[in-house]
Design a protein around this ligand. Structure first.
Ligand code: AMX
Length: 432
């Protein structure tokens, strides 16, 4: 917190000076196409924690996923990074030492307990409530304890917003694995829960509380999964929703719940459940888990002819295979290369892109993060795919909340872009 405070105070001053001198410089132009096209490519917000390049993929504070798998501190006997280290990097802007990451692990353990009202609320919900609905409501149920909301009511001055936002974010991230594991166990395992193991780090403890596999490799997978899904710059729907809600000075609970509602859409985070559902339906329809390339091609064409998208393929920004896909592929190559569903995922990598390319309209025919994740989870026994987006959400919380602390520290104002009517566009065209 101290390190963050120093860096944030310095950047706040730098930005003020920079805005005074250069605030009127034009950084982008907006085409009518972008107003109708989901604002693709429009530079319109500040996001400090990560930046996405269409060809290189995501970089967190300048580091690629490949670099971070080497550089971030690790748990004993694990090759994958501790997600706690990525949170530190996003917040503080420096690769943490092992000691610093251990501190964060311990801090989240202290803050991890769920209040009884949250579990009581979840227990009162029908068991067939989608896990993402449960996650979003579970997060909101924690809002009673918001430090930000309480201090705001008490008259907190602006220069302390970040401090309260930090405390809430730390508490919320610490609780998310327990909340998510509770949702999983109540929905799919007779409401039988597994107590947290205080000897484990954040990601491994989550794996343990899910209770699917005590295999060390599954814990490694969780650490990797929770690291690579954390942030994808600010414009993606879950990040942008969290940012927008937070800009009204709603606290982190309201903001993250809003972000999770955006993540729950099939064009965004829900794609990870859609991918595995689509593959399992193919296996069932064909009656084999070793389909030929011809059979897969036929199945893809059927999906497209039915007017549906191929889940896990395409991206609003990326124009290359997603490095998050590649990281998961490397994991699979090392640990589970003989898995039948993994083999299908790899076959799709060669078959889907040329088909999408031939459609002539798809800007990125390559796989995104969601094309691979389900196959890995299935292998270790996490087969209930309606839960997959919750895993994505637990990870995404780290990025969007770290960014939220920065937004409050930098004094970001209420977000309020200008909208236009189609009539106004026509009038503009008449004049131009
Ligand atoms: N299968 C079929 N058609 C696709 C396609 C796919 N995977 N990806 C894009 N297209 C289509 C679009 O639907 C659009 O068709 P239209 O003009 O008839 O409406 C056309 O190609 C142009 O789209 P685009 O500019 O290439 O993509 P976009 O920026 O509008 O959308 C995305 C990006 C991700 C929503 C889209 O590629 C898609 O629907 N992919 C499948 C769902 C998916 O995997 N989502 C997860 C993304 C990653 C994440 O957020 N977790």
């Amino acid at each position: 917190k101290q390190k963050f405070a120093e860096k944030a105070a310095a950047l706040f001053q730098e930005n003020r000076a920079m805005l005074k001198e250069h605030g009127d410089k034009i950084i982008d132009q907006v085409a009518i196409r972008q107003l109708y096209g989901g604002m693709r490519g429009m530079k319109s917000m500040i996001w400090e924690t990560s930046e996405l390049d269409a060809y290189e993929g995501i970089r967190f504070r300048g580091y690629s996923i490949r670099e971070l798998r080497k550089l971030l501190p690790k748990a004993p006997n694990c090759k994958e990074p501790l997600p706690e280290g990525l949170f530190w990097l996003m917040l503080v802007g420096e690769i943490p030492s092992q000691e610093e990451v251990n501190w964060l692990t311990e801090e989240w353990k202290k803050r991890g307990e769920l209040p009884a009202r949250t579990t009581a609320m979840l227990d009162a919900m029908p068991a067939d409530t989608h896990p993402m609905t449960q996650l979003s409501m579970g997060i909101l149920s924690l809002q009673n304890d918001s430090v930000f909301a309480k201090r705001y009511e008490e008259g907190m001055p602006k220069n302390e917003y970040w401090d309260a936002y930090y405390e809430d974010s730390m508490n919320l991230i610490a609780k998310l694995p327990r909340l998510a594991a509770y949702i999983y166990r109540r929905t799919f395992h007779n409401n039988e829960h597994i107590a947290a193991d205080p000897s484990l780090d954040w990601g491994a403890n989550f794996a343990h509380m899910l209770g699917i596999s005590e295999h060390a490799d599954f814990k490694s997978l969780m650490r990797l999964y929770l690291t690579i899904h954390a942030d994808h710059e600010g414009g993606n729907a879950s990040a942008h929703s969290t940012h927008l809600v937070g800009s009204t000075l709603s606290d982190p609970y309201y903001s993250l719940s809003g972000g999770m509602n955006a993540l729950a859409g099939p064009l965004h985070g829900l794609a990870n459940q859609e991918v595995i559902k689509w593959i399992l339906e193919m296996v069932e329809e064909l009656g084999t888990d070793t389909p030929t390339n011809e059979q897969i091609t036929e199945y893809i064409n059927q999906t497209l002819e039915a007017g549906k998208v191929i889940p896990g393929y395409g991206h609003a920004v990326l124009r290359q295979p997603d490095p998050r896909y590649i990281a998961q592929r490397h994991f699979a190559e090392e640990y589970i290369k003989d898995d039948a569903i993994v083999s299908i995922v790899w076959k799709l990598f060669t078959i889907v892109p040329p088909i999408l390319q031939d459609l002539g309209k798809v800007k990125n025919p390559w796989p995104n993060v969601d094309a691979h994740s389900g196959a890995l989870l299935m292998h270790y026994g996490l087969k209930e795919f309606s839960f997959y987006t919750v895993l994505f959400g637990v990870s995404r919380a780290m990025g969007v909340l770290a960014a939220g602390v920065w937004s409050r520290a930098l004094g970001m104002p209420l977000e309020r872009p200008k909208s236009m009517t189609s009539k106004a566009i026509k009038e503009f065209l008449k004049k131009s």
